[in-house]
Design a protein around this ligand. Structure first.
Ligand code: NAG
Ligand code: NAG
Ligand code: NAG
Ligand code: NAG
Ligand code: NAG
Ligand code: NAG
Length: 623
């Protein structure tokens, strides 16, 4: 990093391209960078991943349930080489987030065609993508300084003092924001009567506290040089942003406000040798941290016993929270034990899974698995908060998910609310994202093995949350090495190779996912052994598909409006997932692409005949 300091020392703006663009409104302030970046070829897997990732970003930015004002996405196909990472973050002004991200994405698409990496900053948001995993890395290049043309009229020293302390406050506040929160700070300060400044600082969300501090500190140092004596300025780094603007003073042309008056954009090029130095360093850093980042994260983690302690709950606390495991608190009973709702004295709600006493796992292994599983965090997964192991009890503590499970809405009798098609479609896509994360995006590459509607919980926004993942690992890892002798899945959702031969792979989860899609669409269980005229859902779906009448599968209680196109696509994806031959079933990453793929270039292959199920046992029929 020594070269970065050198870079700062060399902030003699050599080779500077000064482009003056008078911007009238805040929303037209925009600066992007994608020059000298590696290129990808058109219509490549990278492009497909990029487009999907960008549309995910846009839809997240418009999603009113995303309260954080940022989002990170990974677009990965079957080939890891073509993975693209992207994020947007809004400058705290969340109302305009969707528009800003949408415009920025469109600009990048037109200005940075075929660039593997690009970044754009506007007044309200930043959008960035790369083929490198950059969510946690500190990057201060390219660096841009934008300054207000107006000089401060007054006592410059006191102005600078106020500005410095404003910057210090911003640095502290923005870098203190907890992990996974929008790391930004806005603060006002008074220079003298009627002369107020507003300051802003922001880091990319997953930057560590120290890296955030360093990024902001460097940006602030640069800002104080490049906007010296000006009433406003802004420094843009890929990892952080710092700015200050005048409030209500010396506005040259009435309607102009804060950054709107910024007129000059300075391209910051330092001496050529410095660039080489910096690039050399970046290449080195990337090589040392990029490839085996996962291992590194594992090894450089906090002391394992400290981490373990933070996950451990007292038995007494759990007993109090659940009324001593009273029947009134019981909300479910699964193969591994009963589930209770609990509430801590501070009102925090939890779900407690009290494991059956006969679980064979040793204490150390159990804790180690809990630690690993608790690190899986995704908005479509139920978080494991910790465990309790005392007096012969083994207990897992989960976040409480409010709106019951999917099977309640799909199958339970009674006149409860039915799910609308848009809700069902969102749930299907949520499940897909959750499984994709388990399979590929998390460091564990976990196979769920028991996906079914009763394991899909619905949160207060009716988003899908997968539960019980990793449970087989927590309870006994022996089962999880290749072929299993103990089948822990559920008939109806198990792939034939798993049910009959005990072989499982990510494709077993894909199979279960296909069954769940069909159940969500039809509102019927795959295997209904109570019917006399037994016809399982898969063969029924296949028959309708062959007759080109897939919409006849639809749950009759489903009300308009619904999109026939979406429904057809879901049925086709489901049938691809339940094909008898696991090699023919798509990977979750491919499925994610299918959900997003451009309707003009439809990628969806035609499914082969599915595997058929009988009650209680299964058989594979030749397709
Ligand atoms: C997103 O931006 C494009 C191009 O600027 C525009 O045509 C489209 O209407 C925008 N979408 C929304 C939802 O605002
Ligand atoms: C990054 O932030 C997201 C929230 O967007 C969080 O779920 C995730 O665990 C974080 N990842 C890392 C590596 O810190
Ligand atoms: C800063 O001042 C502006 C204008 O008075 C006000 O709208 C804004 O809420 C203030 N921000 C903070 C963080 O105090
Ligand atoms: C889901 O939960 C939220 C908050 O608990 C509640 O307002 C909403 O009515 C619930 N929806 C259903 C369908 O139960
Ligand atoms: C699993 O079983 C199959 C067929 O019985 C066998 O070919 C394969 O080698 C086994 N795999 C492992 C990891 O034991
Ligand atoms: C199972 O089949 C019976 C008889 O055909 C039918 O009444 C029932 O609704 C079916 N249940 C489900 C969940 O599809």
């Amino acid at each position: 990093m020594a070269s970065l300091i050198t870079l700062k020392l060399f902030s003699i703006l050599l080779l500077c391209k000064l482009s003056f663009s008078t911007t009238e409104t805040t929303s037209t302030f925009m600066h992007h960078d994608c020059t000298s970046k590696p290129k990808f070829s058109p219509k490549s897997a990278y492009q497909l991943n990029l487009n999907n990732m960008l549309s995910e970003l846009t839809s997240q930015a418009f999603d009113s349930t995303n309260q954080y004002g940022f989002y990170q996405a990974t677009g990965s196909g079957t080939n890891e080489r073509d993975t693209v990472y992207g994020l947007f973050m809004c400058n705290g002004y969340i109302e305009k987030c969707g528009e800003c991200v949408n415009t920025s994405v469109h600009t990048l698409k037109s200005k940075c065609v075929l660039n593997k990496e690009a970044v754009i900053w506007t007044h309200e948001c930043m959008v960035r993508y790369s083929n490198r995993f950059f969510f946690t890395t500190l990057e201060e290049w390219p660096s841009w300084c934008v300054q207000n043309n107006e000089d401060y009229q007054g006592h410059l020293e006191s102005f600078n003092n106020v500005l410095s302390s404003l910057m210090d406050d911003l640095l502290t506040e923005a870098s203190e924001a907890p992990m996974s929160y929008n790391k930004f700070a806005v603060k006002n300060a008074t220079v003298s009567e009627g002369k107020d400044l507003t300051g802003f600082a922001q880091c990319i969300p997953n930057l560590s506290k120290d890296n955030c501090k360093k990024c902001l500190r460097d940006a602030m140092d640069f800002l104080q040089t490049c906007a010296k004596g000006k009433i406003g300025g802004r420094v843009l780094h890929p990892s952080c942003i710092v700015s200050y603007d005048p409030l209500f003073f010396q506005l040259p042309r009435g309607k102009r406000k804060n950054l709107a008056t910024l007129a000059s954009i300075i391209c910051f090029h330092a001496l050529v040798p410095v660039i080489i130095l910096v690039y050399g360093c970046y290449v080195l850093c990337r090589e040392s941290s990029g490839g085996n980042l996962k291992d590194k994260k594992r090894n450089c983690g906090k002391d394992i016993t400290t981490e373990m302690k933070s996950l451990q709950f007292d038995l007494r606390t759990i007993q109090e929270a659940t009324n001593k495991f009273s029947d009134d608190n019981k909300i479910g009973e699964g193969g591994f034990g009963a589930v209770y709702k609990g509430m801590f004295s501070n009102g925090f709600e939890i779900a407690v899974k009290r494991l059956k006493k006969d679980s064979s796992q040793g204490a150390t292994e159990f804790k180690k698995e809990v630690l690993l599983i608790s690190k899986l965090q995704h908005r479509n997964l139920v978080s494991l908060l910790g465990f309790c192991m005392e007096k012969n009890e083994k207990i897992l503590v989960y976040e409480f998910v409010h709106n019951k499970s999917l099977d309640y809405y799909l199958f339970s009798p009674g006149n409860h609310r039915k799910l609308s098609w848009p809700e069902r479609y969102r749930i299907i896509r949520g499940i897909a994202r959750g499984i994709l994360y388990l399979h590929e995006d998390s460091h564990l590459n976990l196979i769920h093995c028991d996906l079914k509607p009763s394991n899909i919980l619905l949160d207060s926004k009716m988003s899908a949350r997968i539960s019980d993942f990793g449970l087989a690992r927590i309870i006994s890892i022996d089962q999880m090495q290749g072929n299993t002798s103990i089948i822990s899945g559920t008939y109806g959702y198990m792939s034939p190779e798993y049910a009959m031969l005990g072989q499982f792979s990510v494709k077993s989860d894909v199979f279960s996912f296909g069954v769940i899609i069909l159940e969500i669409i039809s509102g019927k269980r795959n295997v209904n052994c109570s019917g006399v005229d037994f016809d399982d859902l898969l063969s029924h779906a296949w028959k309708k598909w062959k007759e080109s009448k897939p919409l006849e599968l639809l749950d009759p209680t489903l009300e308009h409006p619904f999109s026939e196109k979406e429904i057809r696509r879901c049925i086709q994806i489901a049938l691809l997932c339940v094909q008898g031959n696991p090699d023919q079933r798509p990977m979750m990453a491919t499925i994610a692409l299918y959900f997003n793929c451009d309707p003009v270039v439809d990628l969806l292959p035609l499914p082969q005949e599915p595997a058929f199920f009988m009650c209680g046992k299964s058989e594979i029929k030749d397709g």
